[in-house]
Design a protein around this ligand. Structure first.
Ligand SMILES: *Cc1c(COP(=O)(O)O)cnc(C)c1O
Length: 340
């Protein structure tokens, strides 16, 4: 079965060997405050800076999930409340989680702007131009959920203070780990707020990561796998070029296909070209058509992504993540041409 599911998604096949090595070498049994383990944390962070071209003064920590990052932003970085101009299900969920911690009593006092760079639920994204404009117009902290695009496309990191992603999407790794990136300015905000009431308070996390340690026993296997995969992947500029080329090909391919008998009745969910995602392609059809194509794909050994949230039954999604290979893409394209 080949998978185009946008998370959990295809893991790099090398992960099987890396995991076996982690067990055999005893890495997974190391105490997380031992020098051997701290070296793994340190190297994973170094490789993130190097391969993703993250500014040297931006800090990096590991936590468990993007959902946890939503809560960290609310509890440790939000003094008053946050703004959430969202475009889909993940942005909405983030707003709901954040407002439980910092209720939106006085939105005009909001000191954090929360954006989902790539809305996985419906295949839209916030363009660099929009991000630039948000940066110009909002003087507070900008936090970006980049779960389904980080390690797939390049960003101008300086356009936000906080970026985070869990690793089960573009990183091509198993779930259970998230990368939290924060600027010196975000750290200053955390210090000004001084929130220290939680095991995952940002100040406490920061203090631990300054020693390449974690407040609690971390997902050591996940961190090791991240280190190994980062070592293997090309620099982000190269990955970005490939991702954008493949995305352009997918959009052209689906448009053409929709005009043929095989693709009749299907269309791209997002009409506006400037907000189309580079990493998640959403295709709309009737409920019956969506069901039929997902079933036929499964019979052909291909797992398509289900729709999500409001688009659960009327779309399917194709992940355009780096771990997916050209032969796999060809196989899906052939399947689409032969559909019906
Ligand atoms: C998958 C996803 C999440 C949730 O990630 P978890 O690791 O399950 O917390 C959050 N935001 C976006 C945009 C996602 O695609």
């Amino acid at each position: 079965m080949i998978t185009f599911y946008p998370g959990p998604s295809k893991v790099y096949p090398q992960v099987a060997d890396y995991a076996a090595e982690a067990v055999r070498s005893g890495i997974v049994s190391l105490n997380h405050r031992s020098p051997g383990f701290m070296d793994v944390v340190k190297e994973a962070i170094r490789l993130l800076h190097e391969k993703l071209a993250i500014p040297a003064d931006y800090h990096i920590a590991f936590v468990s999930s993007a959902t946890e990052c939503w809560e960290i932003v609310a509890q440790s970085l939000t003094a008053e409340t946050s703004l959430h101009p969202y475009a889909g299900a993940f942005g909405k969920k983030w707003a709901e989680y954040a407002y439980r911690i910092k209720p939106p009593v006085n939105l005009s006092e909001a000191d954090v702007l929360c954006l989902v760079q790539n809305e996985t639920s419906n295949g839209t994204q916030v363009s660099p131009a929009s991000l630039t404009q948000f940066r110009r117009e909002f003087s507070g902290i900008i936090a970006v959920d980049a779960v389904s695009s980080m390690a797939g496309i390049a960003y101008d990191w300086t356009l936000a203070d906080v970026w985070f992603a869990s690793v089960q999407k573009c990183f091509g790794l198993p779930a259970g780990l998230a990368v939290l990136i924060y600027s010196p300015n975000a750290l200053r905000q955390a210090e000004a707020i001084g929130e220290n009431e939680h095991y995952n308070s940002l100040l406490f996390i920061h203090e631990n990561f300054a020693k390449f340690q974690t407040p609690y026993t971390p997902n050591g296997l996940g961190i090791y796998l991240l280190m190994r995969v980062l070592d293997q992947v090309p620099p982000i500029a190269e990955v970005d070029t490939l991702t954008r080329k493949r995305a352009a090909d997918w959009y052209a391919c689906i448009n053409d296909w929709a005009g043929t008998p095989a693709g009749a009745g299907f269309k791209l969910l997002v009409d506006e070209v400037s907000v189309r995602s580079d990493t998640v392609i959403a295709i709309e059809g009737s409920e019956a058509q969506i069901k039929a194509i997902k079933t036929a794909a499964q019979q052909a050994g291909i797992l398509l992504g289900n729709g999500y949230g409001d688009w659960k039954n009327t779309t399917f999604r194709i992940a355009n993540f780096p771990a997916i290979t050209d032969p796999e893409i060809d196989q899906l394209r052939q399947f689409l041409r032969d559909f019906r």
